[in-house]
Design a binder for this molecule. Structure first.
Ligand SMILES: Nc1ncnc2c1ncn2[C@@H]1O[C@H](COP(=O)(O)OP(=O)(O)OP(=O)(O)O)[C@@H](O)[C@H]1O
Ligand SMILES: [Mg+2]
Length: 245
């Protein structure tokens, strides 16, 4: 999750989910973004007309909308009407807990469940936050990204207080350009402000990562020997073993 757009949320969700599935874990990815990019990145082309929209709007069970997309990797697509969730007026505070409720007692056989969030702080994002134990915040390595992340961490703290429970929050550096001093500075600053929270491996800027969604392939199918695949394989390992800077 990150309210800022284009920081690599979907790329990170997709790549971590597939990396962990390839390493033998059972993984389900939920697409909480009405843009439906997660499904597109996996090669789905509009055939997934229903998904989380039915679950959150009509109370359809989650397992009715699970697609097997790769070995050990399942997807619950966004569905065409997911944006309507932001406009649900009735239900008061319970509107934020619909995903949490839909997940109760479900998916217990999964090792990891990932939720790709939209670049906004509305009801969809709230539903995701109220359903999870851990939050991964992808941060692109530039100055404005740094500003956004401090605000977001404060919002998270308020939510933790309201829910009266702690979440594990991880920062993942994306679109990292090693040769730029700014990128190295951003990484150092984040490590200083959020000790033990910044996952060890920065994901480098790589053309293949930008290209692969256009082919409906994950980076491990598109260019498994390249930097993008190597970085996300490592980052998946960082997440699984809590390895930080
Ligand atoms: N490490 C990288 N190197 C090069 N391109 C990248 C990298 N990570 C992501 N991209 C590209 O940057 C763009 C934005 O990435 P992505 O869609 O993952 O961001 P997002 O945060 O999910 O965006 P949104 O806020 O719209 O949901 C995409 O075109 C993606 O392919
Ligand atoms: Mg996205």
């Amino acid at each position: 999750m990150n309210q800022k757009g284009g920081v690599g949320k979907t790329t990170t969700t997709l790549s971590l989910a597939h990396a962990l599935a390839l390493s033998g874990r059972r993984v389900t990815a939920l697409d909480m973004d009405p843009q439906g990019h997660l499904g597109k990145g996996l090669g789905l082309n509009g055939e997934a007309e229903q998904g989380l929209d039915e679950v959150l709007l009509d109370g359809v069970p989650l397992e009715d909308n699970v697609l097997e997309v790769r070995e050990r990797l399942r997807l619950v697509p966004a569905g065409e009407r997911l944006a309507e969730v932001e406009m649900v007026a009735q239900g008061g505070a319970s509107r934020g807990f619909r995903l949490n409720e839909a997940l109760q007692g479900k998916m217990d056989s999964e090792d990891f469940i990932f939720i790709d969030c939209p670049p906004s702080a509305g009801l969809l994002s709230m539903n995701a936050l109220f359903a999870v134990e851990e939050v991964v915040v992808p941060v692109s390595s530039d100055y404005l990204a740094l500003h956004g992340v401090s605000r977001f961490m404060m919002i998270l703290q308020h939510i933790e207080q309201a829910l009266n429970r702690q979440m594990k929050v991880w920062i993942a550096l994306t679109r990292y350009q090693e040769r730029r001093r700014l990128a190295r500075d951003v990484r150092a600053t984040l490590a200083e402000y959020f000790p033990g929270r910044v996952l060890a491996t920065p994901v480098r800027e790589s053309a293949a990562l930008a290209e692969c969604p256009g082919h409906g392939k994950t980076i491990f199918e598109y260019q498994r020997g390249g930097n993008g695949a190597a970085d996300y394989r490592q980052l998946a390992d960082d997440l699984a073993t809590a390895r930080t800077v």
